[in-house]
Every structure is written in C-alpha cells, then in structure tokens.
Design a protein. Sequence first.
Length: 195
Amino acid sequence: MFDDHAGELVRLGVDAGVIRVSESGATKGRQAGLTSDLLRRLPLFEDAPVDEILSIRRELDGSLIRFRDAVARFSDGMRAAGWDPEFVDDAEDVFVREVEPAVQEIEDAVRDSSFVAQFLPSMTASQNWAAGGALGMAAYNLASLPELASLAVGGGVGFASGVREAYLEWRKGRRGVERKELFFYYEAGRRLGIS
C-alpha cells in the first residue's frame, strides 16, 4: 500500500519511535501490503476501469471472503512489516510457495471439470458417437446451452439423461473450484484478460 518513499518515511518514523505501531496494526499492514502486492501482479489490474473492478468484486463476493482469509493466513508467516524493505522478498516467497501453486491447481481443476471433459466419456460409454461428437462441439462454448437442450431432446431419453448427468457433474466440479480460497484471484485475473 506504500510507495517506496512513503514506506521509507514510515520505517524511519517507527525506527525513531515517532510512529508507534501495535501488533494488530502491523498484522493489518502485512495483510494490506500482501493484498496490494498480489493484485499488482495482475498485469492489467492497474489499467482496469474502476467499474469493472467493482463489478468483479460484487460478482465474486463469496470468493473474496475466502481470498481475504487466505491472505490473512499467508501474512501470518511473514516476518517483515509492510514498510520494511524485506517485505518485497516475503511477498515474493508467499507468491511462489502459496499463490502460484494454488492458481495452477484451480486452472487444472477448471480444465478437468469442463463440460466437454465430463460429457464425452459418458457419450462414448453409451456408444452414441455421432450425437456425442455434435454435442461435444456445441458444449465447447457453454453459451450454446439452448442448442444442447435441443440436441438432447432430439437424441432421445438416453441421450438427454447423459447430457443431464454430465451437466450435473460439471456443475458439481465447478462449484468445488469456485470454493477454492484463491478462486477470486484466479477469476479476477481471468476476467482482466491474463489467464
């Protein structure tokens, strides 16, 4: 939250005893500094319009709560205060050890729980190759759900049942992904066009 100059002034004030920082103040400072550092790592974040950022925040409110909890936990292990020069190294360590692996796990889970990944195996198992292929291509873009429904109806009850089961499995997987503590960070980055 501090630029280099302001951080240096605070550090000098703390060192000189002019500024007193309680333990809870230092904790909140580490949390705010870590949050700021993480968001700055999203390359387009600083250029994003405020209304887009607010929209992302509103839509991902539940995920934001889990993100804040993760940041609080991550910052507990940091030694440097937000105004210390070593804070940058601590934040980098948190990013490498905690954030990058968690974001990669989310990316893998999103890829593994895609509707196509859920649907195609069930279609090949039922030997409905032609309908499965057509639906698989349509399912690649989930915006085409009305087309999926019409394909399901046209394919008969067994086909519709396969579509329903695959969709339920996909939705269950997606909910699990959305509950991950760094989903807010992942999704904000994706919506800002970097993931």
